[in-house]
Ligand binder design. Structure first.
Ligand SMILES: Cc1ncc(COP(=O)(O)O)c(C=O)c1O
Length: 473
């Protein structure tokens, strides 16, 4: 039987360090046995890290039944976010799956943002949920998708009542944030839990921010990829939740969708990321934000058109009439790696630290230089506005053994799509698996294909064919 001390006066990292100092003998997994199974080819950095890559020994607690140092780390996290919190070692992906499983049962309805991350769509499919789709707004200047409005949510709830939860993405990749106080005030009396995919929002905690993490503003639960915006290792994430979330179901889901061998390196980095945030002084926050604004101002002064959202760590360079994809390739060739690029923009994720003015000057010079080598977009690459799609729509349930057939676009009109087509940008699905293919959908698709627009879709879609469900009579 394993021994589990209830209280450890040391932090998670200190306990790991103490364990390593004791130079213990490992007759347990992982198979590198504290880094002792190796040959001369093992890189030095791995030699240093492996002893910390531990397992659930008694004094090191167990993520899935936390009672010791993990519970203490999660409690410290919860007090920072004024909620209950759980560490995640399988990213926000596992968090989205778990929140949906904890709040919505098989066959039940859930309201969900149309351009949700694929983890949300996968969870909906495998958990057998009925999604009601909420289309986000588009930014007027850039045509990038922004947030779902209260009006759209009200329409969805009125037209399709009975949903068991509502899941939004906020902040978006581009830093736009939904009006969470307003939305949660509407949903609360209806007993519809508001779940927020805040994969990009773990750092938005300061009380003076005009918009903060949704967990401070009325959401029932949020999922955050600590690894995206804080100094945490990749896959390190966490979930914060309030009383209305059924903890038993949530814990069951978390232990079902996550590995049974959680990485102690990832967990240590999560505890460090929490501490890093906690240790930021008022002065630090001010200097970080000021330096980010200074970077943006310098970029504008250098002639770039910049979109900023509510999140000060996101800077979108609107590159039109130059091609953002080619621009980002030029940047990469001089050692500057941006987060993502599309035909008309390049997105930069700014680090959560004060940027030094010499760094800013240096970067702006390099970026400007790279931009000068990017040719203007030729006519047939022009960016086309995204046509309006329904603000609220539904999908047909597709059974696991449904027959699928490939049809030409014209023949597919009226059938239920068996695959998804996403124009990128803006990344809002134009056709979703389970959606009825209308004449208008095909008309627009035909136009995009003939104009050479970038589509995330199967190859045969580019040949004007699409997989549909064979109707059962
Ligand atoms: C909005 C959104 N949600 C969820 C995820 C999944 O996060 P993770 O990589 O931490 O599993 C991502 C990742 O890109 C994302 O952008």
């Amino acid at each position: 039987m394993t021994r589990k001390p209830k209280h450890n006066p040391f932090t998670f990292m200190e306990t790991l360090e103490q364990h390593v100092r004791e130079d213990r003998v490992s007759f347990h997994v992982p198979g590198h046995h504290n880094g002792t199974v190796r040959d001369e080819k093992l890189p030095t950095v791995f030699q240093k890290i492996m002893p910390y890559d531990l397992t659930e020994l008694g004094h090191l607690d167990d993520l899935h039944h936390a009672e010791g140092i993990i519970l203490e780390g999660e409690r410290a996290l919860g007090s920072l976010y004024q909620s209950k919190s759980k560490w995640l070692v399988n990213g926000s992906t596992a968090g989205n799956w778990s929140l949906l499983a904890a709040t919505v049962k098989r066959g039940e309805r859930v309201y969900v943002q149309r351009n949700s991350h694929k983890s949300v769509w996968n969870a909906i499919e495998w958990l057998g949920l009925e999604p009601i789709l909420l289309t986000p707004e588009l930014d007027r200047g850039s045509s990038l998708p922004t947030v779902v409005t209260l009006e759209t949510i009200q329409d969805a709830v009125t037209q399709y009542p009975g949903g068991k939860a509502l899941l939004l993405t906020s902040p978006t990749y581009y830093g736009d944030m939904a009006n969470i106080p307003e939305i949660s005030a509407y949903l609360r009396p209806l007993h519809i839990p508001l779940l927020v995919d805040e994969a990009h929002g773990a750092h938005l905690i300061h009380p003076t921010f005009p918009k903060r993490s949704a967990i401070f503003e009325g959401a029932s639960a949020v999922v955050q990829s600590a690894h995206k915006t804080l100094p945490a290792l990749t896959m390190g994430a966490w979930v914060h939740y309030k009383e209305e979330i059924n903890e038993k179901r949530l814990f069951h889901a978390l232990s079902s969708f996550q590995t049974s061998s959680p990485s102690y390196l990832i967990m240590a980095s999560l505890d460090y990321a929490r501490e890093y945030l906690e240790n930021l002084s008022e002065r630090d926050w001010t200097h970080i934000q000021k330096s980010h604004f200074a970077f943006i101002m310098e970029m504008r002064r250098a002639g770039f058109s910049i979109k900023v959202g509510d999140d000060f760590t996101k800077m979108t360079v609107l590159t039109y009439p130059k091609n953002g994809l080619i621009f980002s390739q030029h940047l990469a060739s001089i050692g500057i790696d941006a987060e993502l690029a599309a035909e008309d923009h390049v997105l930069f994720c700014l680090p959560l630290r004060e940027l030094k003015s010499q760094e800013i000057q240096h970067w702006v010079k390099l970026i400007k230089n790279a931009s000068q080598h990017v040719p203007l977009i030729v006519e047939d690459e022009t960016i086309y506005p995204y046509p309006m799609t329904e603000r609220v729509s539904v999908l047909h349930a597709i059974s696991d053994d449904a027959d699928i057939i490939r049809k030409s676009f014209e023949q597919a009109i009226g059938a239920v799509a068996a695959e998804t087509v996403i124009p990128y940008p803006p990344g809002i699905p134009w056709i979703l698996r389970g959606e009825v293919i209308t004449h208008e959908k095909i008309r627009v698709l035909n136009e995009w294909i003939s104009l050479g627009r970038n589509l995330q879709a199967s190859r045969h879609v580019m040949m004007k064919q699409i997989d549909v469900i064979v109707e059962e009579f």
